[in-house]
Design a protein around this ligand. Structure first.
Ligand code: UDP
Ligand code: MG
Length: 316
């Protein structure tokens, strides 16, 4: 029988939580679903890998992948996604903040209701306020910018149609924006489910306040790359030409005005005496620079164009 659910769990120094989590998953899913659990050890410095070996010996569903060093949650998820065999892929955090009891319903939403992606929503959160308030703002901005109506983009607990995770690539800190990436890849049936949330029992959070700055920059990158990644000239060239033309017409105006005044024998100022002249100079230079940035962008994007431009869904 094929596997119904693949659970991908990225972890970094979570030794105490792992056995409890695995037992909880087993208790929730056994005799109901066929499943596998893929733990990705993101370079833990504690005994997590040893614990995973013990778990793999105890439970046949457990698979472990270990990074040589800490590459971050996105890399861990990406690697886990490559290894999945199930129809539905569920991701969750290893720290026991997400509950495996949500999995059966998430599975149903992806299979019966045909969602491409269902994101958890920690409506009632057990995190410090320094995290929940910025997070609200953050989710609002992401929702407006991306046009995806979710309340909790960064929730670790999500379920996907396996096709989604095989079609997207996440790197850097992009795990916060998987719904945005999925949508850009053409998976637009994105749903949300309120999930229960616990306070962290063991260990500490792995992300500090820098998450908000990095997170915002990542959002800008995603929007830029998905919109203009294949055609940087469209963005830079357009602004560059507009800027250049503005400067060009200002120059014509300045010269025209001077010649007119000379012809009319009126008093006139030197061209270099006028503020407009410097402005014209500036926007012409900026325009040319933008244009060059567009060309450079085209050269760079040419190298990976074949890979990133489009993807075939199926063939008959
Ligand atoms: N994590 C990871 N690599 C990292 C940081 C975190 O695999 O570099 C894992 C971590 O072990 C946990 C999940 O990502 O399973 C979420 O991390 P955490 O609970 O620290 O984030 P928070 O709940 O504070 O947002
Ligand atoms: Mg956590």
């Amino acid at each position: 029988m094929s596997i119904q659910i693949s659970i991908v769990i990225p972890l970094f120094n979570e030794e105490e939580s792992l056995p409890v989590l695995m037992q909880w998953i087993e208790d929730t899913l056994k005799n109901k679903f066929s499943y596998e659990v893929i733990f990705v050890d993101d370079g833990s410095k504690d005994n997590s890998w040893k614990v995973l070996n013990e778990l793999a010996a105890k439970y046949p569903q457990v698979k472990g992948i270990r990074f040589r060093r800490n590459y971050g949650k996105s890399a861990a998820l990406n690697e886990g996604f490559k290894a999945v065999n199930g129809e539905v892929v569920v991701t969750m955090d290893a720290d026991l903040q997400d509950s495996p009891e949500e999995i059966p319903e998430l599975y149903e939403m992806v299979t019966d209701k045909a969602y491409d992606l269902v994101s958890g929503w920690k409506k009632k959160r057990y995190d410090p306020i320094s995290k929940t308030i910025p997070s609200k703002f953050f989710n609002k901005v992401t929702s407006i910018v991306s046009g995806i109506k979710l309340h909790d983009f960064n929730c670790g607990l999500k379920a996907y149609n396996a096709e989604v995770v095989k079609s997207i690539e996440i790197y850097g800190e992009m795990h916060r924006y998987i719904p945005v990436i999925a949508k850009k890849a053409g998976f637009d049936k994105i749903g949300e489910k309120v999930v229960s949330h616990q306070a962290r029992k063991f260990g500490t959070t792995k992300f500090g306040l820098e998450r908000f700055i990095n997170g915002f920059l990542d959002l800008l990158s995603i929007i830029f790359v998905t919109r203009f990644g294949n055609s940087p000239m469209h963005l830079f060239g357009t602004i560059g030409i507009l800027s250049f033309l503005a400067g060009f017409f200002m120059t014509i105006y300045i010269l025209g005005e001077k010649m007119y005044r000379i012809a009319q024998q009126q008093p006139f100022r030197d061209v270099v005496d006028q503020p407009l002249f410097y402005l014209a100079l500036l926007v012409i230079v900026i325009g040319v620079q933008l244009f060059l940035a567009g060309f450079l962008g085209e050269l760079v994007s040419r190298n990976n164009r074949a890979r990133s431009k489009y993807e075939v869904r199926e063939r008959v």
